[in-house]
Design a protein around this ligand. Structure first.
Ligand SMILES: [Zn+2]
Ligand SMILES: [Zn+2]
Length: 137
């Protein structure tokens, strides 16, 4: 558990945290995203463990290979799309990392493509250090 990287994210538009205490995925507070899937609106909850594909769908169907429209549950702004997925060509949405930097994820349901960009190496170091204190002790 200690070697897993946890990402806490906030909305690039309103800067509010997207972490929700009331919903647990992988035993940790989940990332809450408003989603539209084939005309229906609901919520998708993602694991905050980087690389975990655990998800929960509420009021929307988990339809494989559908592109999901992702919005902020706080300000309702669509998450910024800065590129397309290198493996499936779907839009890649960007969220802000709490610690500085960005996390990108493919909006096609089931596509495993995602990446993290740190603003500088210090943030990456702090993230690892914070979560693996024994490693640097
Ligand atoms: Zn927002
Ligand atoms: Zn993709």
């Amino acid at each position: 558990m200690n070697s897993q990287i946890k990402v806490e994210v906030n909305c690039p538009s309103c800067q509010k945290s997207l972490m929700i205490q009331g919903v647990k995925i992988d035993d940790l507070p989940a990332i809450e995203i408003s989603a539209k899937i084939s005309g229906k609106s609901g919520k998708v909850y993602l694991s905050q463990i980087y690389g975990s594909y655990q998800k929960k769908f509420v009021n929307v169907e988990d339809i494989p290979d559908t592109v999901v429209d992702c919005f902020c549950p706080k300000c309702q702004q669509p998450f910024p799309i800065k590129k397309v997925c290198s493996s499936c060509n779907a839009p890649v949405a960007t969220l802000n990392l709490d610690i500085g930097g960005k996390i990108n994820f493919c909006t096609r349901n089931g596509c495993p493509h995602h990446s993290v960009e740190f603003e500088n190496l210090d943030s990456a170091f702090i993230l690892f250090q914070k979560q693996n204190p024994s490693y640097y002790a």
